[in-house]
Design a protein around this ligand. Structure first.
Ligand code: CO8
Length: 256
């Protein structure tokens, strides 16, 4: 299997497992990522952590060796399949955390960009180097990177293919935190615990509202926020959270 899915208490870990090719995304890997995301959604977990096998790479991008000699339709299908597979993270019922251990190049960074959060190990190095191959990003990079780091930085990264190291990635907001000097998975779980005890209802609506913020004009986004915040307010968990505050006790959320 090119992808492993393992359960760790409240969390599911998806590991890209082709270390001999720096976890590059061949057709089999993309297909298995899609199935694993779907499976993770059925596992009643609190978060999905995505990482790469080995110490060297999260993922070195689309498998360049599979790009030789394919026709126009296959090229288009490749882009659409990568995009639709990574987009499953948008609609996944739980937040996802890309734990970038080492290289996240091309399609590897595009996968990380589709996750809800990104963490980087100190040796992480991210880039969209497609330009060096005479290509451009095709798995969502031109759309998601500017949303995360702004147009100017996205243009620079995509047009120069420059590698960005962990500290710089943190400083431009491309990753949320640098983790894993000792145990990267333990740090990712600790990060996920910071949100995973809260009501799934409120978390889901908040994520959906933020996703829509970037896809809608402000006046429509505000309407979406009014709709979704009312739904969260109407939940049993909101009643419980408010009561717990007033009674000065910890809230017991039931995801209802
Ligand atoms: N595809 C296939 N094999 C790869 C890839 C890759 N992307 N990256 C590394 N490998 C393989 C190498 O060929 C090598 O295999 P072998 O030992 O059999 O020669 C093995 O992994 C180890 O790699 P290196 O020896 O190169 O390791 P280094 O430490 O010297 O270098 C790098 C590491 C810098 C990450 C280097 O491997 C590299 O530059 N890799 C390519 C990165 C790249 O260009 N990625 C972008 C690919 S394009 C893409 O992702 C576009 C997505 C959208 C497509 C849309 C289609 C329409």
């Amino acid at each position: 299997m090119a992808v492993e899915l393992t359960r760790h208490d409240a969390f599911v870990v998806l590991t890209l497992n082709r270390p001999e090719a720096l976890n590059a995304l061949n057709a089999q890997t993309i297909e298995e990522i899609g199935s694993a995301i779907d499976e993770a959604g059925r596992m009643d977990a609190r978060a999905l952590i995505i990482t790469g096998a080995g110490e060297k790479a999260f993922c070195a991008g689309a498998d360049v060796k599979e790009m030789v000699g394919i026709d126009l339709i296959a090229k288009r299908r490749k882009a659409e399949l990568g995009q639709s597979t990574f987009a499953r993270l948008d609609t996944l019922s739980i937040p996802s955390v890309a734990l970038i251990n080492g290289y996240a190049f091309g399609g590897g960074l595009e996968l990380a960009l589709a996750a809800t959060f990104r963490l980087a190990t100190p040796n992480a190095a991210v880039a969209l180097p497609e330009i060096k191959l005479g290509l451009m990003p095709g798995y969502g990079g031109t759309q998601r990177l500017p949303r995360v780091v702004g147009e100017a930085r996205a243009l620079e990264m995509i047009l120069t293919g420059r590698t960005v190291r962990a500290e710089e990635a943190l400083s431009i907001g491309l990753v949320n935190r640098i983790v894993g000097t000792q145990d990267r998975l333990a740090d990712a779980f600790a990060f996920a615990r910071e949100f995973s005890s809260y009501s799934r209802v409120a978390l889901t609506h908040a994520r959906a509202a933020i996703q829509r913020a970037l896809a809608q004009p402000l006046h429509e986004g505000l309407k979406t926020e009014a709709d979704l915040s009312t739904l969260a307010f109407q939940s049993k968990d909101a009643q419980e959270g408010i009561a717990a505050f007033i009674e000065k006790r910890p809230a017991k959320f039931t995801d209802a």
